[in-house]
Every structure is written in C-alpha cells, then in structure tokens.
Write a protein that binds this ligand. Structure first.
Ligand SMILES: Cc1ncc(COP(=O)(O)O)c(C=O)c1O
Length: 381
C-alpha cells in the first residue's frame, strides 16, 4: 500500500531514528526506577538528568529549571494554573490572546470558574498580538500573561520578547506555549525573557505523551500533582524514563541541526506554495508572511469546503482542515475567526506542514494532487 504524503507535521511528527536508538535500552533492558538507590536505578537516573540537560540546552536555561510533564497540554495547565493560584493573594486577573491552543483557553475557562478575571487580546489579520494592547490590558491585579510563541494553525510567531519586557516592567509572570516553535526555530528563554515556557515531545520527533516546562528560578508555581517527591517535589509520579530519554535526544538533534533544517523546511514550504500559486488562482496565504514558522503553510481556497478538498486528496496527501462543514453547520477554527478571515475564504482553509522526512518529489506530487482536486471541485461549483 502506498501511504499518503504526510504534510501534517504540526499535528505530530514521526520518531527520529536517532531518538529510537537512544530510547531502545530503556525499552529493552534498563527498566529500573530512577528513584531506586540500588544498581538498577543508576542508569535511569543518569539518563533522566542527561535528558534534562539536553532540554535545557535547546532552551538556554539551567537544567534545574526544566520539569518533565506528559506533554504540551500538561505543561500549559501546570504553568497557568500554578502561577494564577500561587499569586491569587496578589491579584486575580490573567491575560491571554483569543488565538491560543485549547490547552490554554480551557485553563482560562476553568480559572474563570474559580473567580479569576480574564482578558483575551485580539490578533491582527495576520495573527499578531500587539504588545501595546498587552500594556493597555494590564491592571494592578494582573498576575499572569500567556501568549503562544508560534500558532499551530497559521504558524505566526509572536513578539514574545517585547511582551515579556512589558510583563517584567509590571512585575507580572510571563508564560509562552512554545509547543510548535521548539525545534523549528531557535529559542533562548533569556532572550525571550519569559518566566515559563511549555514544550511538547511529539512535535520534535520524540514520542507522544512527554513534554517539559521551563520555570525560571526563583519562581515556584503552586504544586500541581501531589505524591512522592519526583521532579524536585513539583510533579509527583515515577518518571517516564523511556520518553524523557527520547525527548532529550530529540532536543539535542533539533539544536544540532537547526540551521540546516530551517533552511530545508522553508525551501520545501515555499516550493509547495509557489507550485500551488502557479497552478491555481483564488488562493490566499493565512498568517504573517515573514514572521512565520518555516514549515507551515496555511492557505484558503475561495468558495470551496476544506473537508471536500481533504476527501479528494486524502488517499494521496494528509493535511489538516481549518474548517469543518457539516450538512447543516459550518465550524470555522477559532484561529481563523480571531484573524477575521472572511467566510468565503475561511471555509476552504487547509494547513500543510512539512517536516524532516518530507522530500522534494513528495512536494511536487502534492502540488499536482491538490491543484487537480481544487480544479475539479471548482468546476462543480
Ligand atoms: C500550540 C500547542 N500547544 C499545546 C499543544 C498540546 O500539546 P500535547 O499534544 O503534547 O498535549 C499543541 C498540540 O497540538 C499545540 O500545537
């Protein structure tokens, strides 16, 4: 069976072969508990600490500032809830944008139920949060600002350093959800100026179900998970050694190959975009044209329905829809709504995201398949 060309790397990534090799001993033989003081605990313990150093390496922080979690969702939950609750005596106002991942927006809804006041900042048509709007939204009671680093749907990269500077001037904790940007573009928590940063293993060619949270010393969010004293007492539960090792190796590889991979992603993404522009009219690029992840291409096909295009191309190309049309309803993604993309464009939106395993030949085939499908559906309109 010939598999469809995978152009959905923002959804998840395959395991890097080097990641698999690094994890193998912990799947096959090194089963010990890293908390065990005897012989079996030694290698797992060392492996967890090596991985912590590798994650710290890609973020440019101290290893003691890295906590392992089960992924991007848990990291965001820990960060937002943990900071809001830690500082609730100081104030009950928290700020985010209306274009975040549900792993942020749903935590905000939960905290509203707990008595917190929330502000959701708008974004521009290309998906940017205006730092001046952040400044205006700050109240004496604001205790947390969280704005995602790169958007998962359109790839727009936010001016996090500028927003962090404003947060710091007001003594407010600053978190960023970097699940999509870690491994794709250089990250330096010191340059970004953030206090907390979330990352997800399965976006960087490591397994699903592992992630990390950077917490700048001396910030201590409220404890999230109660039990034994793993992860410096902050996240109880026996460590997921196998996947922690995978995440560490994945971060080391991403850091090592960053320049080369960024250039290649951009080349493949732009080849796909130009190929489609050359064969189709009535298409529009969503997201900021320059301040964008190098692998992400979000485009709308005017007057078409995204799920109809996916049905047409599905045996040959795997991508994601930005809208879902059902017999009696149309669901446009909250990201496209936040950007104010007109309905006739938004409903025909697809996200293509390339990755390390994508080849030029695949891109050229994908251009033909997508263009033929769009032309066929246009002819039926
Ligand atoms: C921006 C962003 N944040 C958070 C998450 C959640 O990460 P995880 O799937 O590891 O829970 C994702 C995953 O799609 C994401 O894209």
């Amino acid at each position: 069976m010939i598999k469809p060309i995978y152009l959905d790397y923002n959804a998840t990534t395959p395991h890097d072969p080097e990641v698999i090799e690094a994890m193998r001993p912990f799947l096959e033989t090194e089963f010990g508990n890293p908390s065990s003081p005897h012989w079996y605990g030694i290698k797992p313990k060392q492996a967890v600490e090596t991985a912590r150093g590798q994650v710290a390496g890609i973020l440019n922080c101290d290893p003691t500032e890295v906590f392992f979690t089960s992924g991007g969702t848990e990291s965001n939950n820990h960060a937002i809830r943990g900071v809001a609750k830690r500082f609730k005596e100081k104030g009950n106002h928290i700020i985010t944008s209306n274009f975040e991942h549900p792993a942020v927006l749903e935590v905000f809804s939960y905290l509203e139920g707990e008595g917190f006041e929330t502000t959701y900042l708008p974004v521009s048509e290309d998906g940017l949060v205006d730092p001046a709007a952040v400044d205006r939204a700050i109240r004496p009671t604001t205790v947390l600002i969280t704005v995602m680093h790169a958007n998962n749907e359109v790839g727009t990269v936010q001016p996090i350093a500028e927003i962090s500077r404003i947060a710091r001037e007001h003594g407010i904790a600053m978190h960023t959800d970097a699940a999509q940007s870690v491994g794709k573009i250089p990250i330096d928590v010191k340059q970004l100026g953030v206090d907390l940063l979330s990352l997800a293993g399965h976006k960087v060619y490591a397994p699903k179900g592992i992630g990390a949270l950077y917490v700048r010393t001396p910030l201590v969010p409220e404890k999230f998970c109660f039990g034994a004293d793993q992860e410096m007492g902050w996240r109880a539960g026996t460590e997921n050694v196998l996947e922690i090792v995978g995440l560490g190796k994945a971060c080391e590889i991403a850091q090592r190959d960053m320049e080369k991979n960024m250039a290649r992603m951009k080349f493949l993404r732009d080849r796909l975009h130009e190929g489609l522009l050359g064969r189709l009219f009535d298409i529009r690029l969503n997201g900021h044209h320059q301040l964008r992840l190098p692998n992400t291409l979000n485009i709308s096909f005017k007057d078409l329905e995204a799920n109809r295009i996916l049905e047409e191309i599905g045996l040959e190309v795997a991508a994601s829809a930005g809208a879902a049309c059902h017999s009696d309803s149309l669901e446009i993604s909250h990201v496209l709504i936040a950007m104010g993309i007109p309905l006739e464009w938004a409903k025909g939106t697809l996200r293509f995201s390339v990755g390390r395993m994508t080849t030029e030949a695949e891109i050229d085939k994908a251009i033909r398949v997508i263009a033929d499908a769009v032309n066929k559906l246009k002819a039926l309109c």
